[in-house]
Design a protein around this ligand. Structure first.
Ligand code: ADP
Ligand code: MG
Length: 324
């Protein structure tokens, strides 16, 4: 869908912001660019809708160089959500959302329908919010309007540059949930910029970790956590360990009485040294409801039930672990 081929951007003052950058974003993919401040995330993103032109290399959208599209056709097909809330203060919410549909000469009814639909999707009642001005909304509500405005004309691609950075933690989490839900419903190709690893892990199909204008590692959240390619990646991930790699001792109970009640001859056991991933594999091969955890002499040192283990994975999944 979007392909960067050997992209370099050198600013007039000689700063090399992006350096021989290669990346393909698949259709419908949620791709996050992450990395330290100044690593070239914004520059990379702005080259997609030609707010910045590369010094070398070519960007393709659907296999066609972006220079071959008319700039209007290109931009109207790419929604853009800025870091700072950027609604037009003198236009109502409805008018703000309909700016691009109007440019595209959509019929009024179609634009209205779309406006209501999008407001509903982010939990803002159209009958209340359509006629309001941006100044009559909270920061979180304004940013939600910013997001749906970018989606209004049904673009194939949406770019979001740190869209939550100005928000308080609660609005931030709400908007993360909204965007995840929107994405499931409408499956846009999204390029998302953040410097917050927790946010990236929660939202992305793949994460592209950048350093000094180049790609260090581009992988799914799970792969990044499980197989960081070098020290820089490990440091960036910090101590967020994949839930899969934690020890089964995370969920084990040391009260072993329940084991003896349920113990089966030759039943499956889980070695205490197992990771949760190993434990998950073991419970899949057995229909027991309860699993003794044993040391290397087969002595029972703890117990975990199937439900507890599945519940643990379910909770991790809800937090966006992407493991199941
Ligand atoms: P990020 O979004 O990852 O923080 P940017 O893409 O904004 O990074 O910037 C990458 C590098 O390019 C930084 O060193 C920044 O100072 C530099 N830079 C950004 N814009 C300009 C500009 N207009 N002129 C010169 N240097 C710039
Ligand atoms: Mg930036």
């Amino acid at each position: 869908m979007i392909t960067f081929k050997d992209i370099t951007k050198t600013y007039p003052d000689g700063t090399i912001a992006v350096d021989q950058f290669n990346l393909t974003v698949e259709k419908g993919e949620f791709m996050t660019l992450i990395g330290p401040s100044g690593c070239g995330k914004t520059t990379t993103m702005k080259m997609i809708n030609r707010l910045i032109d590369p010094s070398a290399g070519t960007i393709y959208i659907n296999d066609k160089p972006i220079g071959d599209y008319s700039i209007h056709a290109l931009r109207w097909n790419i929604g853009y959500v800025l870091q700072q809330i950027a609604l037009f203060p003198h236009l109502t919410v409805e008018e703000n959302i309909q700016v691009v549909p109007e440019l595209l000469k959509w019929k009024k009814e179609k634009a209205e329908r779309r406006t209501d639909e999008l407001l509903d999707m982010v939990g803002l009642d159209p009958s209340i919010f359509k006629k309001r001005y941006p100044g009559e909304l909270s920061g979180g509500q304004q940013q939600r309007i910013g997001v749906i405005r970018a989606l209004a004309a049904d673009p194939d691609i949406v770019l979001m540059d740190e869209p939550f950075s100005a928000l308080d933690p609660i609005s931030r989490e709400q908007l993360q949930i909204d965007i995840n839900r929107l994405q499931k419903a409408i499956k846009k190709t999204i390029v998302f910029v953040t410097h917050d690893m927790d946010e990236a892990l929660k939202m992305s199909d793949r994460i592209c970790l950048m350093k000094e204008g180049t790609v260090v590692q581009c992988d799914s959240p799970e792969q990044l956590l499980k197989h960081p390619q070098n020290d820089f990646v490990e440091e960036f991930i910090g101590n967020r360990q994949s839930p899969w790699l934690k020890s089964v001792q995370e969920v084990m109970k040391e009260d072993v009485r329940s084991v003896h009640e349920h113990e089966q001859e030759n039943g499956a056991t889980i070695p205490v040294k197992s990771t949760l991933e190993d434990a998950y594999k073991i419970i899949q091969t057995s229909d027991q409801t309860i699993f003794p955890i044993v040391d290397n002499k087969q002595k029972i040192v703890g117990v975990v039930t199937r439900d507890e283990l599945l519940q643990y994975f379910y909770q991790q999944e809800k937090k966006g672990a992407g493991i199941l």
